[in-house]
Ligand binder design. Sequence first.
Ligand code: NAP
Length: 251
Amino acid sequence: MVASILILGGTTEATALAQAMAERGQPAVLSLAGRVARPKPQPIATRVGGFGGVAGLVDYLRANRISHVVDATHPFAATMSAHAVAACAAVGVPLAALTRPPWTPGPGDRWHRVADMDAAVAALAGPPRRVMAAVGRMHLERFAAQPQHFYLLRLVDPPAAPLPLPHAHVLVSRGPFTQAGDSALMRDHRIDLVVSKNAGGTGARAKIDAARALSLPVVMVDRPALPARTELASVQAVIDWLAHTQADLGV
Ligand SMILES: NC(=O)c1ccc[n+]([C@@H]2O[C@H](COP(=O)([O-])OP(=O)(O)OC[C@H]3O[C@@H](n4cnc5c(N)ncnc54)[C@H](OP(=O)(O)O)[C@@H]3O)[C@@H](O)[C@H]2O)c1
């Protein structure tokens, strides 16, 4: 068994890995950014809040004698992931990412792929439409550049400040969501376009399946580029990697 593992979390996959670590009696700490007001209870110790950039993460790894880091953050958490690559390289701590494959369009999907959130906003130029924007609280300001639309927003927490969008309806829910439920939601709000990040995985997929079932177009935001790193696709793959990877520790 290795010493303490740091799991960079904020995702369903991170919670599943934390559960596996708890069941194995493997010392591990789950790190959350602190974006969500009431995080779900976790089966292992948690720490909350940024580390203070690469230098802060280096200090944390050393101070806590972390032997391995597993980056199980959301695929759009590109800053945290880049910091993890840099800090682990600096300290000599092995790093792996627990990733989920991106979604790919299938028959019936009407995707318009864009490179980033700014391109998604630009793609909304034109007459008013009824848009389900499943993009998270952090990106809403940008959509103020297209104020002509009605926006259906689904957020984990109620907005702390007035929304920058004149025509918007907020649903506060963290799921789980189903295709049937999201289809009904889109019909009830007469949605004619969906904006989504290509998150991958099953947790956020319902709206994409619902859009296909209703023949709705989807503006799909591609994932940000990340530095090269070891990528693992399952909790079991992480367990195997932990068993076979020794830290080159100067900690
Ligand atoms: N982006 C999404 O669409 C999305 C969706 C669902 C869940 N999440 C989760 O929400 C969190 C924040 O996402 P983001 O896109 O805002 O990240 P980000 O832009 O990559 O990170 C910005 C800063 O937030 C801090 N941070 C991010 N994740 C952290 C973690 N797990 N533990 C400690 N500090 C963290 C770091 O601060 P310092 O530089 O001070 O260390 C990082 O530099 C992540 O944990 C992610 O897994 C994100």
